[in-house]
Ligand binder design. Structure first.
Ligand SMILES: [Ca+2]
Ligand SMILES: [Ca+2]
Length: 480
């Protein structure tokens, strides 16, 4: 499946560009401009078919694929070692479903606590809607190092929402020994789910929770006990305690705890307003009524599910709700009132209402030019004995569209972002899917998509990826 390939190490330049005004789009020239030769780049492996996530555990780099394959790279020899196959995974070639969440027991490196938690889509035998034939489940496996196997499969929860779009599903374990799982809005209100109602603000009733009907968990971040049950101290929404920790999310693909226990999140916005958030118990993050800040700037919620005409002929005009087919109800952000709205720490990016969403610089792939980055993960950099100088309170956010990793600078309390913190690193003509740092802090590993579109240095959208399905190492040049 994976071809081991070692390429000559070559020197690259890193990009320390600062955005003059926070949250406003970064000009193309700033992405492609190189200034500081701080990192050596080396492609460790390539041709991973359905790459999704990377993790460092047990002195190995674990690589998960949507198909259910989990492989490991020995970082001393750069050789791939035995592959696991998670059974019964359903996934679509071009969709966003499959094996997604993967989390390690915090005591994984101690022999008696070798649990691995995964979230994935499987068939739903009780499905009633042909558009949604699958369900998401969370399972736990035990990793047996001696036999190189995953054993003792245990399903912790089933019947979670599943579609081919906006699955999110980042799975992390908090310092409180709880599982946190982000669930996207299932792509409701766009593309093939254009007229499907968006459930990101819908709260399940007591009866639904009792019946284990979890369909309204779409567009939420969940918090679960390690056995899948509902923690007693979870927040109430409309008087109901469920697995729901926060509501109002679109496609939250990144979740990462800081050492102080702050949960950071990255989330893909619509044509604008990808977000960096601090996740706060009981918070409402606004979607779909608000994208980014509640500022009536560059976005309005067009609810296609409420269109009274012929829904099969309905089109999204690609104008972020600012212009729609007559008859589609549109809600300005300021018209939405709720008292637990949490604004983002930062957006990537916010634009005024007269923004041109039909920029011809991207050729036929105009969405590549929209003011978003397609944030695909989030990773809080923890340093180490060879930490990169000056890297403190840094959140790394890879981008699928721009071929960069954003280095977001947070303050000591992780509650604000510095105004000029849009530094971009590791520019390449690739879709950056996930990111992780070595234990000593000297090296950043980046996982790339096998296929898809990205912005070329010319500005145009292209499907010509330079390192498809690769793990690329970026080693800080001054480190040993
Ligand atoms: Ca939000
Ligand atoms: Ca807004």
């Amino acid at each position: 499946m994976n071809t081991y390939l070692k390429l000559t190490s070559f020197f690259i330049s890193s990009f320390f560009i600062q955005n003059a005004i926070a949250d406003q789009p970064i000009p193309l020239k700033d992405y492609v401009q190189a200034t500081s030769p701080d990192f050596n780049r080396k492609v460790l492996i390539n041709d991973i078919k359905y790459p999704h996530a990377i993790f460092i555990a047990d002195q190995q780099l674990w690589i998960s694929e949507r198909s259910g394959d989990i492989s490991r790279l020995d970082l001393k020899t750069n050789k791939l070692i035995a592959t696991f196959k998670i059974p019964n995974v359903t996934f679509t070639e071009k969709g966003q479903d499959g094996l997604l969440g993967l989390a390690f027991d915090p005591k994984f490196n101690k022999y008696n606590h070798r649990y691995i938690y995964v979230s994935l889509s499987i068939k739903n035998p009780n499905a009633t809607d042909a558009k949604f034939p699958n369900q998401t489940v969370i399972r736990r496996y035990t990793y047996n190092q001696k036999t190189n196997t995953l054993t003792d499969e245990k399903t912790l929860i089933q019947g979670l929402p599943s579609s081919q779009d906006h699955q999110a599903q980042r799975l992390v374990i908090g310092p409180d020994q709880k599982l946190y799982l982000s669930i996207g809005d299932q792509g409701s209100n766009q593309f093939s789910y254009l007229t499907t109602p968006n459930l990101a603000q819908e709260i399940p009733s007591k009866l639904e929770i009792r019946a284990k009907n979890y369909q309204k968990y779409a567009g939420k971040i969940l918090r679960l006990n390690l056995d899948g049950s509902i923690p007693r101290d979870n927040p109430h929404f409309n008087g109901v305690t469920s697995h729901i920790y926060t509501v109002g999310h679109r496609n939250p693909q990144g979740l990462s705890f800081t050492p102080k226990g702050v949960l950071l999140e990255s989330e893909q916005g619509p044509n604008t307003d990808d977000e960096i958030n601090v996740i706060v118990k009981g918070g409402n993050y606004g979607w779909p009524y608000v994208a980014g800040y509640q500022d009536d700037s560059g976005y309005a919620f067009a609810d296609y599910s409420k269109y009274k005409g012929d829904q099969s002929a309905l089109k999204d005009l690609g104008q972020n709700g600012l212009r729609v087919v007559p008859g589609v109800p549109v809600y300005q952000e300021s018209s939405w009132t709720i008292n637990n709205f949490i604004k983002p720490l930062k957006t990537l990016f916010t634009v005024p209402n007269d923004h041109n969403f039909n920029d011809t610089a991207c050729g036929s792939m105009q969405y590549i030019c929209w003011p978003t980055v397609a944030a695909s993960s989030a990773y809080f950099y923890r340093g180490g004995k060879n930490a990169i100088p000056g890297w403190k309170n840094v959140l790394l956010v890879p981008s699928l569209k721009r071929g960069v990793v954003f280095k977001v600078q947070l303050d000591d309390k992780t509650h604000t972002v510095s105004k000029d913190s849009s530094e971009v690193l590791f520019r390449g003509q690739d879709r950056y899917r996930d990111v992780a740092a070595s234990v000593d802090g000297s090296t950043i590993y980046v996982l790339t998509d096998n296929s898809g579109n990205v912005q070329a240095d010319s500005g145009e959208g292209t499907s010509d990826l330079k390192h498809p399905g690769a793990v690329i190492e970026f080693k800080y040049a001054a480190s040993k």
